[in-house]
Design a protein around this ligand. Structure first.
Ligand SMILES: Nc1ncnc2c1ncn2[C@@H]1O[C@H](COP(=O)(O)OP(=O)(O)OP(=O)(O)O)[C@@H](O)[C@H]1O
Ligand SMILES: [Mg+2]
Length: 231
């Protein structure tokens, strides 16, 4: 579904991604873990074209996308749930969803189906997004990405700043998306949370992948857990 091959990404002179590779198989959830500041969001920005890599390739459904605009990448089926939600604050809930609406014939995501996944959004459909709780804004950010009818969803720290009970509900929703066949790149700082969902995991440090394995193998690896995940 998505393959990142040896990418090198900078902010000006700052060399952040230093030869990073990953592979997301169709229908799987790939976890990308790592502490604060290791370059997780920079990777997301490189994949979606906000900050393209200077070297290396990003291949999505067999096509090289690292030189195309974010607009084209989203149009070709990449859904983004950005870190910090980034909903349109003064638009209503339903307006936030409708601005993203695209090609329902692709995977059948419509307003009704997003509301079925997140009934709370239906209850709040006429409220401005800025009046929602953090958990509701996260549901809205996910719903907005689903409205683009993506083949692949990238979620950047969806649990950030949310209470455990809210996260539990979100995690159930993400599990349903996987059951429905969506491929997901789940970027998380919390290994404990990510490992409940993912099929495979990469751990990042200083702009590189330092460990790859199954959740079971990572859980059994005390050295990686303590060195790179603070567990
Ligand atoms: N716009 C920017 N300009 C310059 N440097 C940046 C910019 N954004 C991030 N950086 C730097 O790049 C490095 C990686 O940051 P990034 O946001 O990718 O980390 P992260 O793993 O997503 O962290 P977090 O867990 O805080 O979200 C950090 O050293 C950060 O200071
Ligand atoms: Mg980040």
């Amino acid at each position: 579904m998505l393959e990142v091959n040896d990418i090198h990404t900078y902010y000006g002179d700052a060399y952040v991604l230093q030869g990073l590779s990953l592979k997301l198989e169709q229908g799987q959830i790939l976890g990308l873990l790592g502490r604060n500041g290791v370059g997780k969001t920079t990777l997301v920005n490189s994949i979606v074209g906000f900050n393209p890599p200077r070297r290396g390739s990003v291949v999505f459904k067999g096509e090289e996308i690292s030189r195309q605009s974010s607009f084209e990448t989203v149009r070709s089926g990449m859904g983004l749930v950005p870190q910090g939600r980034r909903v349109f604050p003064t638009l209503g809930v339903e307006e936030n969803l409708l601005v993203a609406e695209r090609s329902p014939e692709r995977h059948g995501w419509t307003l009704e189906r997003v509301y079925a996944l997140f009934p709370r959004l239906h209850e709040r459909r006429n409220q401005r997004a800025k009046t929602l709780s953090g958990g509701e804004q996260q549901m809205l950010a996910i719903g907005r990405a689903l409205m683009t009818n993506p083949d692949c969803l990238i979620m950047d720290e969806p649990s950030e700043g949310l209470a455990p009970i809210i996260i539990q509900g979100l995690w159930e929703a993400i599990g349903k998306l996987k059951e429905q066949g969506l491929s997901i790149l789940l970027v998380e700082q919390s290994a404990h949370l990510a490992l409940k969902l993912v099929d495979y995991v990469h751990v990042m440090s200083k702009g590189q992948v330092v460990y790859s394995g199954t959740p079971q193998n990572l859980l059994a690896n005390e050295q990686i857990k303590s060195s790179y995940l603070g567990i």
